[in-house]
Design a protein around this ligand. Structure first.
Ligand SMILES: [Zn+2]
Length: 87
């Protein structure tokens, strides 16, 4: 939660995170691979954090991003409704 808060104050980093942590054809994050090549399922923890931060930044301030894959918007709505259980 605190990390998302920090990210929401850093629009450049937030934007880059959202740009980089995108799903590949198999639905795994392109960015989150370990040395053995294993990827995290997308949306990865980092992506979810960034979207949470984006929500914070969007409320009362100008949105960081205007164009995003529609899947992100759908995921974000679901993540929001379940985030109280996760955090
Ligand atoms: Zn990732």
């Amino acid at each position: 939660m605190a990390l998302a808060n920090i990210l929401s104050e850093m629009p450049d980093l937030l934007r880059r995170t959202l740009d980089e942590h995108t799903p590949d054809a198999q639905g795994y994050c392109r960015e989150c691979r370990d040395a053995s090549g294993v990827s995290a399922a997308w949306p990865c923890v980092t992506r979810q954090l960034a979207e949470e931060a984006e929500n914070m930044a969007g409320s009362g301030r100008s949105p960081v991003a205007t164009e995003r894959p529609s899947v992100a918007g759908r995921r974000r709505a679901r993540d929001l409704s379940s985030s109280s259980d996760l955090l």
